[in-house]
Design a binder for this molecule. Sequence first.
Ligand SMILES: [Ca+2]
Ligand SMILES: [Cu+2]
Length: 376
Amino acid sequence: MSLCTELELHSSENNRTLSERYLKILLTSKLVIMATAAMIILSGCGSDGEPSRDVEASSEDTFPSLKALDTSWTNTMVWIPGGSYLRGSESGQGDEKPVREIKISGFWVDATEVTNDQFNEFVQETGYVTVAERRPDSSQFPGVDPSLLKAGGIVFIPPGEPVSLRNHYAWWTYVAGANWRHPTGPDSDIQGKGNYPVVQMAWEDAVAYAQWAGKRLPSEAEWEYAARGGVAGNEFVWGNEVTPNDQWHANVWQGDFPNQNTVADGHYLMAPVRQYPPNSHGLYDMAGNVWEWCLDWYMPDYYAKSPSQNPPGPNQSYDPNEPGMPKKIMRGGSYLCSDLYCEGYRLWWRMKSAPDSAMSHTGFRCVRVGLAPEKM
Ligand SMILES: [Ca+2]
Ligand SMILES: [Cu+2]
């Protein structure tokens, strides 16, 4: 049986997920609000009625301005030429089948996960406040003791004693004051970590950053296409062996999770970006380091039903393990993916999470639709 040590066990025997860890009342109410917000964002129209950045960008495409001719954004992005690939794996979980040929139009993608420095630039310019920094409004939670309504995020804390790997509540804790500036709680900070991936990102935060940057999140199909690097049939970004020449090519967890990490890959928890070889497109950390939000809602049967060209993701979400909780896709695995128990860093591995979950191992990267370099 394969287990995932991240959000949930990938096992039909265990349908409990991380969200049980939350204050239940708080989460249930919050989720309805978040799902509504997500739909507004997807519709491309902010609640204040102002045109979104996307609209501005498309008008620039039609009437090129000096601003549109600024190509400095290409310095941190890589052009992925359009083409097709075989999505999924016949050896994967049920929702990772059937393997199908998927056609994708060319797009630009960030070479690395969005870093603390990059996210800070966005916050400095806009004053954006992330989901994990927002204190839940007590008027939205009648009957809940206001002292329980604290802004925070979910943090990996090794339990320090042997625990069942089926009980992931043993290593995840909701910590008041945890957010992107304090990834593991109020006592932590990001001093000197400007080139680390930003974490404690809810899906909405990632979308807000992307819109500000004139980008968007990748669809799940785009993400896997980019990760595969134009190479067919591989298990991993770097090939088919986990550790070719005994070398780790991704930041994951080695040893007796969750208490003991041999750090064979050089990093106990998160690593700065660009510490391992990139894939053949020049993309770093497409496996491991932090989970990356995608645009798509999660549906277990989407691979069977999706269009074969630029699949946009389903228009609703259903997780049989947790009915009633809409979830967004995330991909790539994280520094907590154990080499013994989790396969989250395989190319085809699918993961999903509640969009308002800010966690100490969850970040993102962006894509941008635009002209190929030779046409710019
Ligand atoms: Ca590691
Ligand atoms: Cu994992």
